[in-house]
Design a protein. Sequence first.
Length: 302
Amino acid sequence: MARLAGLGMGGPPGMDSPAVDTSETVHISALALLKMLKHARAGVPMEVMGLMLGEFVDDYTVRVIDVYSMPQSGNSVSVEAVDPVFQQKMLEMLGQVGRAENCVGWYHSHPGFGCWLSSVDVTTAQSFESSTPQQRGVSVVVDPIQSVTGKVVLSAFRTINMQQSLMGIEPRQTTSNVGWLEKPSTQTIMRGLNRNYYQLPCSYRKNEAEIRMLLKVYEKGWENGLKLQTPQQNKKENTQTVKTLKRLCKEYEKMVTSGLDADEVANVGKLNAKHHVEMEIESLMNRNVDQVLSTMIASVVF
């Protein structure tokens, strides 16, 4: 009974100390998720890593708002940071532009071999946890190869204090939130899950601005109008447009000479050459003006 009393609060018997509850959830924003996936996919087949910015809202909520990459040395099976001063400098620069969030953990990729922590990852995770309040740092692992459209293979972990484990002290309380955890694979259990680290449930939150951003991901923006065409492609399109204008002008000339241009009833269901000429001329002018402006901007900027 004394041992159970000590385990209930996650501290040594006789001490009434708080412990991290399993109902603690990691809320990842859409921006952070997209940047993690993009960074992980760009690094395939190598592992990549970065830092997560956010806040500890309360004892049960970790909010990840943004992420950024960092100098690293990695291969296909491991990755390590190589610049310990970079994190502090980056946080100072982010504070100058109004990003006051602190580091809440780190993320790294496992391209093609699932979400778990290796012995090197556990050591890295412990160093990040020691630099966060109450050692609540989170380690996120994402698999960019197994992640497909509509399904993201991502898990969050936190290490287990080995001294407490040897003393028989549970690293966390047991609550109903355990049911929300994904069933671990055999490989993850063999890699030390619930021995060296435990899993945290993840959720993805989107505000109104992020929803609008996601809906416009595949929309064409104003910057598409500044994209330069090759001279050969521009010449080819201009030649094709001039040929089309020549054909439409001949058809419109026939309509005028025959007097059908004023007869709306006789032109029902037929090609309106006049309107098509106006559309082609407007398209030709816009395309060439954009080409000239883009060339001038590129020559000045680059």
